[in-house]
Design a binder for this molecule. Sequence first.
Ligand SMILES: [Zn+2]
Length: 517
Amino acid sequence: MTNFADRSAPRAAPRGARAAAMAHAASHRDVPSAPGGRVSAFNPIAGRRFDRPGRRAACAMLRAVAVALVVSFPAGAAAAGAAPPAVAGRPRNVIFMIGDGFGPAYVALAREVAGRPLALDPHLVGSSATASSDARVTDSGAAATALACGVQAPNLAIGVCAGGLPRRSILEAAEARGLATGLVATSRITHATPAAFAAHVPKREAEDDIAAQMVRQGIEVVLGGGARHFRPYAAGGRRDDGRDLLAEARRRGIEVVADRDGLARAGRGPLLGLFADSHMSYAFERDAAREPSLVEMTEAALARLAVDPDGFFLMVEGSRIDHAGHVHDAAAAAREAIEFDEAFAASLAFARRDGRTLVVVTADHETGGLSLGRALDGRAVYDWRPGVLRGVRRSATAMAERVGRGDDPRVVLAEDAGLADLSDEEAAGIRAAAGESRVLAIAEAVNRRALVAWTTTGHTGVDVPVWAFGPGAERFAGTRRIDELGRAVAAALGLSIGDVLETAAAPAGGAAPRREP
Ligand SMILES: [Zn+2]
């Protein structure tokens, strides 16, 4: 928190000074000061007294400034750990949806490629500033820790803050309160975002440890990929400690399923569904006979959690928007984002029926520096072409695998991306590249024609959107820090998060593993 304050103070001060100067200048032009020099127009009610057109405009502007001053960063650093204020119509349930890497340009990308407004569109309420405790550009671990535990964390951390102390997550607070809980993701369920809600490790790579902690949490529904971290090598997994967490889960009374049919047939008790060894497939490549969609997993989780009379907390991640962004695959990013929007539509339909469910949606950060519109060979073009992306039928990763198996890049891009005009130079470049470079070369052939561009194969520091629907949705207006957003979601359920969990003494600078129960 100190780090953030230190960094942001020099930037915030001129902004505040500028707003005050604007208000001051406006007050001299049109608005008389109240006795004692107080600018009465800062009171929006008082502002309505002035009815000349020029003054009306000035008052409207001043009201906007006043509202902005009140709304910006409403929680503030001082709010950390404070009891949530009483709220009329507090929700019983919260669905927290996170589009990994789903920055502002992805929203427009998904809408234009879908050719329709997004289900999310009417529910945009604010934005989130995503810096971590040690970097202006966050990774998914620190961002997820901020959203899950309401604390700023260093990059790569999962559920711990600087110093390695484990912090209580909203899922853990909900379990302690007797709510049902669920985690749904299209990545490995041990990947950063879901992990931060149910595990505490200093480095996100410790996915075997994350899986072991997750199985102990008493989570009612866990659906995603990552089976390899739940099985020992002997059983086809990646665990070298010999533990079979799937067998351990069954002994705890958790039903374990491995495919779409298993999910459809599963009972209504605690459920662990792991549908892929690693990440689930991109939607482009999903085998519908084997893997459920994000929408199906969301609906399956809601059907089970909704029966708990104490309410529930469900986290749903559209994980692979980010993966597509890292390799500049705009078509796959759009497809994943559209599926995420469909999962939101399913959550929204549930919330409308239920009436006591708050749905909050955000991204953990932006990925890739996606831009819609680019200069082509030095010439600015005032256009971008979603139609090119609509013609793509497979991920660039899958196309690169075809080329790797010996298929001609011209044939692959004609069949899978609808590009019939690949140049000799482009084809040679794709053939000569290897690994991720080949994926990027294929993506670039599509991006040039679609007039979309990217600035990095990592993340960026732009603010990301926040959407909300349901009781308490109005609390999410404005821009706030990502850890404040996490605390606001917890506060909506009356839960306090981010306190240090009781542990054995933490080694200096290291991790404090949670005690085995
Ligand atoms: Zn992420």
